[in-house]
Design a protein around this ligand. Structure first.
Ligand code: COA
Length: 480
């Protein structure tokens, strides 16, 4: 590694030592009267003098009425909460977000499914179909900036919370929704993660050519759509600073998945120009059909890659590494695997010559990777700038020191379940540092929100409570 760096340095020195005519440097004098690029210009406030991370959070002052449940919507509002928004999660009395009780691992405690998707939020229970509950919601609409929901199509309207109703109460309100599909034949369908993966083009392009379509472990339908929605919301908040008014933000899960499968639609169109040469089926002389095929572990870009076995693969299901034969490092790859003649042999020396025999080349590389652990391969290859990726298990990720240090993996304490691991905010802002706070218990902040956000007096709160709008119907009422 050190030797390689010094080679690079020498090359750089050579370049700078060459005698070239001096270039003229143009001075960038500002035109008279032109706006300064800092300070109070462009309507921005004065540059803060406070230390970075000490001047509030990016979304401080933004209040979100969070009607989300399960995974897609909660992913979105959790991100906004990490950026400092006050997220008020409205839950159905007695039940709450259905995930509180799904995949339970600690009896009597909120599930990891719920706790890992609802950090930094406050919870209020309101029966949105109770007349008094509707009144409380109307007041909350007046005091929030964004309403986020991912109910089944039509459910928000059935609660009486139509766009017209909301906008009349608060014309500044941004109403953000996730649905399975956009307008069209499927717009009324309920949708979960894997339905979106299948209808958004992911499943048909994932897996091996000779096997069935596959869904991925990454929750691109739910969490991916939540991410898209979060961007839509902050964009609408930004536009509101100019227009003063709210707008609807809609993301369909099918669209979110397709956006992430953009390169596969690229390949669909490239098919017209002939076979997709970077797909290994090209090298295997297997004809292409009329749709983008499943590519197994082929690399998505123009640099061929594959997953190879490493030492211990016989007993460890994750003793594998992703190996990319990037063209500029072909020489070092040949040296490492003990095939130095492949550097100059015309059968191997160029990317087009290698394409038809990629699988055989990867088989030869695998002979070498099988003699090393995935971490040894990583170390040896990275020293030569060869891109490789060890297949990390969730156990390895959960124990990774560097991920803990950056706050991407965090340990959180919870009053009923104790300590658990979670994924912190993967988006790092230098002036808006995220602290991960535990998820709220069901209705934990009901009184606090009614008092502090709506400014209601104790007797009014008691009256609302007595009306039954904030609690689950009693057993005999349910039975009636
Ligand atoms: N008080 C009273 N009723 C409430 C309530 C509250 N606080 N919160 C929810 N409800 C009611 C709704 O009004 C709805 O009643 P309705 O059907 O009589 O109008 C009911 O609870 C169920 O809501 P729904 O969204 O239909 O839940 P579901 O469990 O049947 O369906 C999904 C779940 C996820 C399939 C569906 O919400 C959906 O398709 N969402 C959009 C796509 C999406 O986000 N999917 C991914 C989820 S990770």
């Amino acid at each position: 590694m050190a030797q390689k760096k010094s080679k690079k340095a020498k090359a750089a020195g050579k370049k700078s030592g060459a005698k070239k005519p001096a270039r003229k440097v143009v001075k960038l004098a500002a035109r008279k009267g032109a706006a300064k690029s800092h300070g109070k210009s462009n309507g921005l406030p004065k540059v803060s003098g406070k230390a970075y991370g000490k001047d509030g959070k990016a979304l401080s002052g933004v209040r979100i009425l969070d009607f989300t449940h399960v995974q897609s919507g909660p992913t979105c509002t959790q991100l906004l909460a990490w950026f400092g928004a006050d997220v008020i999660k409205v839950e159905r009395p007695g039940i709450g977000d259905i995930t509180r009780g799904q995949l339970v691992d600690v009896k009597g405690a909120d599930s990891l499914y719920f706790t890992m998707l609802n950090h930094n939020k406050r919870s209020i229970t309101i029966d949105s179909k109770h007349p008094q509950g509707k009144r409380v919601l109307d007041e909350l609409i007046k005091s929030c900036d964004v309403l986020v929901e991912n109910f089944a199509p039509g459910a928000l309207d059935r609660m009486g919370l139509t766009w017209d109703h909301i906008h009349k109460l608060n014309p500044r309100m941004i109403v953000a929704s996730i649905k399975g599909f956009g307008p069209g034949p499927y717009e009324d369908c309920k949708v979960y993660e894997n339905v979106a993966q299948c209808t958004g083009g992911s499943a048909s392009t994932t897996g091996f050519r000779d096997g069935p379509p596959l869904v991925t472990g990454a929750q691109i339908g739910d969490s991916g759509t939540g991410l898209h929605l979060a961007l839509g919301i902050v964009t609408a908040l930004f536009q509101r600073t100019r227009t003063g008014r709210g707008q609807k933000v809609n993301v369909a899960m099918q669209d979110g998945v397709l956006n992430l499968c953009r390169v596969k639609l690229r390949d669909q169109q490239r098919l017209k120009a002939g076979p997709l040469k970077e797909y290994s089926q090209f090298g295997q002389n297997i004809p292409f059909g009329d749709a983008t095929p499943r590519a197994g572990n082929d690399s998505g870009g123009g640099q061929p890659g594959w997953i190879l076995k490493c030492k211990g693969w016989e007993s460890d299901p994750n003793a594998y590494i992703y190996f990319i034969t990037q063209a500029p490092v072909w020489g070092p790859i040949c040296d490492i695997i003990g095939e130095p003649t492949w550097k100059t042999d015309p059968e191997y020396a160029t990317p087009p010559a290698r394409l038809p025999k990629l699988m055989a080349i990867f088989a030869r590389i695998e002979e070498w990777t099988k003699t090393k652990t995935k971490f040894e391969v990583m170390e040896i290859c990275n020293a030569q700038d060869i891109p490789v990726g060890p297949i990390l298990s969730m156990r390895e990720i959960s124990e990774d020191e560097s991920l803990r240090k950056t706050g991407t993996v965090v340990e959180v304490d919870h009053p009923t379940r104790g300590k658990y691991l979670s994924v912190g905010n993967p988006i790092k802002l230098s002036d808006s540092i995220s602290e991960v706070k535990r998820s709220p218990l069901l209705g934990e902040h009901t009184d606090e929100i009614l008092k502090d956000v709506l400014g209601l007096k104790a007797n009014v709160i008691a009256e609302i409570k007595n009306s039954g709008a904030l609690s689950a119907p009693k057993k005999e009422e349910k039975a009636a």
